[in-house]
Ligand binder design. Structure first.
Ligand SMILES: [Zn+2]
Ligand SMILES: [Zn+2]
Length: 248
């Protein structure tokens, strides 16, 4: 348990450091990474503590047990190689994320998500700013998919770390393109459009790992230099911080 936590922690720190250096080399826009850093460190720690408690007690406890008994697929599927089951679970979980994220942009779930849309200086670390409710809701689709394909708990823990690194990637301030693969995978410029306040970008680009869902369901807007530097982030009133951080 302790060695795996150390390995995961080192991997997360090393990846954060790598994104920091890459952002220096190829920034998408001029931003001030230190402007809201103190605020973000405080809210990320508080949110992580709330989510960690609820995850152990609720998601990894009752919810996982119920799902394993009720949504697991046929033996013929569950007996397939682990790499294949993980790949299928990630695709299905990612579709679930897309749908959950679209729902969170509608009332009454918007209150669980608005805190994430208060980020104004977007870079790899700032993407961690989200309410506790938001963090729980977006974990659910992946958890359901992992239980459908009977992915072992040890692999689920590694996938959770990998999804954290995906969060760094999509929020990084990186001017990068993957060519035709942009229509399959989310890039930092694509997700940056999701945070734009420009009218054309409102309720667009919901995906997490795969951008094909947005293209399939016609919610995709291709990134442009103009959209990437457009205004982002709602102001959070000081008396609303606690409510938004919890997400209720
Ligand atoms: Zn959103
Ligand atoms: Zn985001």
């Amino acid at each position: 348990m302790v060695p795996s936590l150390l390995i995961s922690g080192s991997l997360v720190l090393a990846t954060g450091g790598l994104f920091h250096l890459l952002e220096n080399q190829r920034p998408l826009e001029d931003i001030d990474r230190t402007k809201h850093l103190k605020f973000d460190i405080i809210v990320v720690v508080i949110s992580a503590l709330m989510v960690a408690g609820l995850t152990v007690w609720l998601l990894d406890g009752f919810v996982r047990t119920w799902l394993l008994n009720n949504v697991q697929l046929f033996d013929s599927i569950v007996s397939q190689p682990l790499w294949l089951r993980i790949s299928l679970a990630l695709v299905i979980g990612d579709l679930g994320y897309y749908l959950a994220h679209r729902l969170m942009h509608t009332s009454p779930l918007w209150r669980t998500h608005v805190f994430h849309h208060s980020i104004q200086e977007i870079y790899w670390f700032s993407g961690l700013r989200s309410s506790a409710m938001n963090s729980l809701i977006i974990r659910l689709p992946y958890l359901v998919a992992m239980c459908m394909f009977a992915i072992p708990a040890s692999a689920v823990a590694s996938i959770a770390v990998a999804l954290g690194l995906v969060n760094f990637w999509v929020h990084s301030n990186l001017n990068i393109s993957m060519g035709p693969l942009n229509y399959l995978f989310i890039t930092p410029p694509f997700h940056r459009v999701h945070h734009s306040m420009a009218e054309i970008a409102i309720d667009r680009n919901f995906g997490n790992i795969l951008s094909c869902w947005d293209y399939l369901f016609r919610t995709a807007v291709d990134p442009s230099a103009e959209l990437n530097v457009s205004e982002k982030g709602f102001e959070v009133e000081s008396n609303q911080v606690i409510r938004q951080l919890v997400g209720l």
